[in-house]
Design a protein around this ligand. Sequence first.
Ligand SMILES: C[S@@+](CC[C@H](N)C(=O)[O-])C[C@H]1O[C@@H](n2cnc3c(N)ncnc32)[C@H](O)[C@@H]1O
Length: 301
Amino acid sequence: MSKLQTHIKNERQRLGLSQAKLAELSNTPQHLLSAFELGNSDLNPVMLDSIEEVLSDNKVVEEAASRRKRYQTHQYKKIEHVKERVLRSTLSAGNREYLKALQELAENHESIQDRKVRAISLFSGCGGFSLGFSAAGFEVVGFLELEQGLREIYQQNFPKTKKLGTDITQVTQESLESLAHEIGDIDVILGGPPCQGFSLSGKRHIDDPRNSLFRHYLRFVDAFRPKVAVLENVRLLTSMKSPSGGFVKDELEAEFKRHGYLINHFVINAKDYGVPQHRERVIFVAVREELLTAPVEIAVA
Ligand SMILES: C[S@@+](CC[C@H](N)C(=O)[O-])C[C@H]1O[C@@H](n2cnc3c(N)ncnc32)[C@H](O)[C@@H]1O
């Protein structure tokens, strides 16, 4: 690391500026400043001048650093307020809107409830997807989840829902058939298979075995023959290739069609539905062919 790199890093830290703050104030992309401080690359003279200018401007530094200090004091020292702050942050305007939407769904679903629309949830996690469907009046009668901890939470959230299994890849054809017989008619199968293989926060390996778990979802579809199957995943699934060179989404849709379902997909962002998060998801909706002869048109409310 050169003397200049060490000097800038030490000076920044001495003045109490975060790397992000110095990058913002000096108009330097943070990844370049980070690479520079790590000794991995140089910065051009214009950026260096701008950084030096910020570091020597007492007024700017003081203001930026004092803002940071107030934030730290607020966050770490007033420990007795932690509870209150957590509550405030979880009940943001966005969350309130989302909870209101769930409540409205729950209050208006009598007509669906009367018809007892039955669903099962695969890859159910602790039950987020099931919560939405229940609020919309569906009765989630069975669930399947690999992780024991998540199964325990799910069962606390949905005590009446029957456990259908743990690892979907280990559910034999025989037990699948007896489950279908025992559970009876199912209107909807819902599930969000693991997304790490598709997500930017994972490695996006083409041959990640998790990318083909939808084939096991299809075994459930074959056994239960629900009217509708809903499958959720990260948006980036739509750009992911499979080992055979095609797109995973095309293979998924082709497989559902081969199994007698018309299928379509659309992308939504949680932030458009009152959830205070930028969270893009692709939703596949498959409808049993004989129930529908026109292509599946999905109306996003
Ligand atoms: C993306 S999460 C689904 C979250 C869920 N939709 C919800 O609303 O909370 C995927 C889930 O699949 C589970 N899973 C992964 N591999 C599995 C397998 N082979 N069999 C069953 N579940 C599995 C994971 O433990 C994880 O909880």
